[in-house]
Design a protein around this ligand. Structure first.
Ligand code: NAI
Length: 460
C-alpha cells in the first residue's frame, strides 16, 4: 500500500520467516525481512540441520564398526574413531552453505534484508537499530529458545548444556545426564551414546517421546537400552547440584551424577524485545495467539512458527508462512494441525502423522489398527536392521486414516506419502490399491494397511 515502506515486514529469518518472505515476494509484494542473529534460524544454525549432520557422523561410525556384519573385512572396529574437529568443521560447512543459500534466495527475490532486532513503535512501524521501517502488514516469526525452567534449581558447580552447546562440543563427555525424554533429549541420547558417552535419561512421564505412539515409543526405548542408554521414567527432576541430577521417583529421592547435564524440557516462544505492548498483541502462556489463518488479535499482524506455540516444528512454521501470506493476499488458506508429519532421527528412524492409538481412543473413535513388523520387510533385512514397525490407525467404519506411525530404516523420507493421502482424504482401500515399489521399506506401509483387515501378505 502506498505510504508505507513495505507491503509486508517479516520479523525473523528462520524457516517460517524466510519462506513467508520469499512467498510474499513471489506474490508481487514489496517485502522486508529483519533478522537479529543468523538467517535460517534455530533450524539451520542450531537445531535440525546441525543435529542431523552430527547424527550422520554417529551413524557412519556405527556402520563402519559393524562392517564385518556386511562382509567388509579389514576394518579394526576398535581403532575406528571420530575426529571431533573434523565433525564440527563438516557441520559448519553444511550450515554455512544452507544459510548462504537462504540469503541468496532472499536477494534473488528482491526481499530487502535488515540485520538487527525489530521492535514495534506502533502498529505500522518498527525500529531496527536506529532505523524506522513502516509496513502495511507484519508477520512475526521470531521462533523459540530453550526453556531453562525455574522449577529445576541449579546449585553448586555445574556443567549444564542446552541443545545449542551440545551441538558445539569439541570432546565427547565420558558421561551425560539428560533431563527430558522428549525429541531433543532422545536425539541427543542417541547421538552421545553412539559417540561413546555413558548416557542416562531422566523423564517425568512414564514413557519416552510422550508425543509418539505408545508401541513405537516402547520399541525405541528398548532399542536405546540395548545400545546402552539408561532411563529413569516417572522421574521428576527438581535440582541439578554439582552435575548430579536429583529427582523424585515413586516417592523416593534419587540422583544421577555425570560429567555434564543436558537440559531438554522444552522451548519457549521468543517475544523479548518485540515491544508487543505497543500494539496490544494478545498472548497465551507466553505464545502469540493466532487463528487458523495465523492472524493475531491485531488484524494486519500475523504470527507464524514457534512464537505462536502451536506446533514447534520447522515445516509447520514454513507452511504457516505460506498460509499467512495467502491470507494477506486475500486467499482463504487455513492451517490444518491434524496432519503434520513429525520425524525423529534415531536409527532406526521414527516418523508419524495424526493420532496415536491412545489419542484416537480417548477421542471416542472406534479404531481399526494394523501393524506390520519390519522383520517381515525384505529391504529392512537387506539393510541389516529389522527393528521397528509400520502401524496404522483407521476409523473402523469409514476406513479414514487417523494416524500412521513408522519406526524403521529411512522412514522419515516416507511419511510424506501418508501426508498426501490424508490431504486427499484417501481411504485405507486406496492406499492398499497403490502400488508400492519393491524392494523398499515403504512396502511395510501398505502391508500395515492390509494388516488392519487381517490381510497382510507377508506376515501371519
Ligand atoms: P519436549 O516438550 O518434546 O520434551 C520435553 C520433555 O521433558 C517431556 O517429555 C517432559 O515430560 C519432560 N520434562 C518436563 N519437566 C521435567 C522434569 N522436571 N523432570 C524430568 N522431565 C521433565 O521438548 P524438547 O525435547 O526440549 O523439544 C522442544 C521442541 O523442539 C519440541 O516442540 C520438539 O517437537 C521440537 N524438536 C523437534 C525435533 C524433530 O522434529 N526431530 C528435534 C528437536 C526439537
Amino acid at each position: 500500500m502506498a505510504g508505507y515502506d513495505y507491503d509486508i515486514l517479516v520479523i525473523g529469518g528462520g524457516p517460517g520467516g524466510y519462506v513467508a518472505a520469499i512467498k510474499a515476494a513471489k506474490e508481487g509484494k514489496r517485502v522486508c525481512i529483519a533478522e537479529r542473529a543468523a538467517f535460517g534460524g534455530v533450524c539451520l544454525n542450531e537445531g535440525c540441520i546441525p543435529t542431523k549432520t552430527l547424527i550422520k557422523t554417529a551413524n557412519v561410525l556405527h556402520e563402519v564398526k559393524e562392517a564385518a556384519t556386511f562382509a567388509v573385512e579389514g576394518v579394526d572396529a576398535t581403532a575406528v574413531s571420530v575426529s571431533m574437529g573434523k565433525m564440527q568443521a563438516r557441520k559448519k560447512n553444511v550450515v554455512h552453505s544452507l544459510v548462504g543459500g537462504v540469503k541468496s534466495l532472499l536477494r534473488a527475490n528482491t526481499v530487502a534484508i535488515m540485520e538487527g532486532a525489530a521492535s514495534f513503535v506502533d502498529a505500522h512501524t518498527v525500529e531496527i537499530g536506529a532505523k524506522k521501517v513502516s509496513f502495511d502488514y507484519a508477520i512475526i516469526a521470531t521462533g523459540s529458545s530453550v526453556l531453562m525452567p525455574s522449577f529445576i534449581k541449579r546449585e553448586g558447580e555445574n556443567r549444564i548444556l542446552t541443545s545449542r552447546e551440545a551441538l558445539d562440543i569439541d570432546a565427547v563427555p565420558a558421561s551425560i545426564a539428560i533431563i527430558g525424554g522428549g525429541v531433543i533429549g532422545i536425539e541427543f541420547a542417541y547421538l552421545f551414546n553412539r559417540l561413546g558417552s555413558t548416557v542416562t535419561v531422566v523423564e517425568l512421564m512414564d514413557k519416552i517421546l510422550p508425543m509418539v505412539d505408545e508401541e513405537v515409543s516402547a520399541m525405541a526405548k528398548k532399542r536405546l537400552e540395548k545400545d546402552g542408554v539408561a532411563f529413569h521414567l516417572g522421574a521428576k527432576v527438581h535440582t541439578v547440584r554439582d552435575n548430579a541430577v536429583l529427582f523424585q521417583s515413586n516417592g523416593q529421592e534419587k540422583s544421577v551424577k555425570a560429567d555434564c547435564v543436558l537440559m531438554a524440557v522444552g522451548r519457549v516462544p521468543n517475544t523479548d524485545g518485540l515491544n508487543a505492548e505497543a500494539i496490544g498483541l494478545a498472548f497465551e502462556k507466553g505464545a502469540v495467539v493466532t487463528d487458523a489463518s495465523l492472524r493475531t488479535n491485531v488484524p494486519h499482524i500475523y504470527a507464524i512458527g514457534d512464537v505462536n506455540g502451536k506446533v514447534m516444528l520447522a515445516h509447520t512454521a514454513s507452511h504457516e508462512g505460506m498460509v499467512a501470506v495467502d491470507s494477506i493476499c486475500g486467499g482463504n488458506a487455513r492451517m490444518d494441525y491434524t496432519r503434520i508429519p513429525s520425524c525423529i532421527y534415531l536409527e532406526p528412524e521414527i516418523a508419524s502423522i495424526g493420532l496415536t492409538e491412545n489419542q484416537a481412543k480417548e477421542q471416542g473413535k472406534t479404531v481399526r489398527v494394523g501393524t506390520f513388523p519390519m522383520a517381515g520387510n525384505g529391504k529392512s533385512l537387506v539393510e541389516g536392521d529389522t527393528d521397528g514397525i509400520a502401524k496404522v490407525i483407521l476409523d473402523a467404519e469409514l476406513g479414514e486414516i487417523l494416524g500412521v506411525h513408522l519406526y524403521g530404516k529411512h522412514v522419515t523420507d516416507m511419511i510424506a506419502e501418508i501426508a498426501v493421502a490424508m490431504t486427499l482424504e484417501a481411504t485405507a482401500e486406496e492406499i492398499i490399491d497403490t502400488i508400492h515399489p519393491h524392494p523398499t521399506v515403504s512396502e511395510a506401509i501398505s502391508e500395515a494397511f492390509m494388516g488392519a483387515y487381517g490381510k497382510a501378505i507377508h506376515w501371519v
